[in-house]
Write a protein that binds this ligand. Structure first.
Ligand code: CA
Length: 221
């Protein structure tokens, strides 16, 4: 489909009859603007416009947000490729599907991925349940070997969706996410449940910006 659109656009461009002379009787009104100004300017504008339209079509058809994590909802029935020092798979009360991850105490669960430019990361979200409503820590890992730690206070005993996107650095490449359980906070067991973790990457953000800049450049010539 894309090839067809591009060929159609190019044929329409090539088949136009450009002249520098006065407008001839019978010429379609839509072609009048091409009879003014030096032909070289028209050539440059049309070639750039053709390129921009092609870029926009490629961007629209092929670019799409992607999930950076695997086994995001633990529906594989195992923790892999998550790593941990005490979390386990649980089926008692998942947020969605059949499985979630569970831990008692302040232990961590982590997943690493190919480093991704923070400017293309759309969201970092997960569902977390901590009946005692205490707190938990998380780490965001940056390439090649650095991380930020922050603490979140839990405000609801049930499943809550948390959004950590605003904790991202303004520059750098994210390469891992670690989340903890907790210790203390009350007399009940320190139970924690985790499900539906997601880090969305969209390389279309940069392409859209470049395409928009190209369009502005063409029409400002
Ligand atoms: Ca699940």
């Amino acid at each position: 489909m894309l090839l067809g659109i591009i060929i159609t656009l190019k044929r329409g461009y090539d088949n136009r009859n450009y002249t520098d002379g006065p407008v001839e009787t019978g010429v379609d009104l839509s072609d009048i603007r091409f009879h003014y100004g030096p032909s070289i300017i028209r050539e440059v504008v049309m070639r750039n416009l053709y390129l921009v339209i092609t870029l926009a079509l490629v961007s629209f058809i092929f670019a799409a947000p992607v999930e950076l994590l695997l086994n995001t909802g633990f529906e594989d029935g195992v923790l892999t490729p998550w790593t941990t020092n005490n979390w386990i798979i649980d089926t008692a009360d998942p947020h969605s599907g059949t499985y979630c991850a569970f831990v008692e105490g302040n232990y961590w669960i982590k997943q690493e991925f190919t480093p991704a430019d923070v400017n293309n990361i759309v969201s970092i979200t997960f569902w977390y349940m901590q009946p005692e409503q205490a707190f938990f820590a998380f780490h965001l890992y940056y390439s090649p070997s650095d991380y930020d730690q922050d603490i979140v206070h839990v405000y609801d005993p049930g499943w809550v969706e948390y959004d950590l996107t605003s904790f991202l650095r303004s520059t750098g490449n994210l390469e891992g996410f670690k989340i903890f359980g907790y210790t203390g906070g009350g007399s009940s067991p320190d139970y924690v449940f985790l499900d539906d973790v997601s880090i969305i990457y969209d390389d279309d953000l940069a392409l859209q910006s470049e395409t928009f800049a190209s369009i502005k450049a063409v029409f400002s010539e």
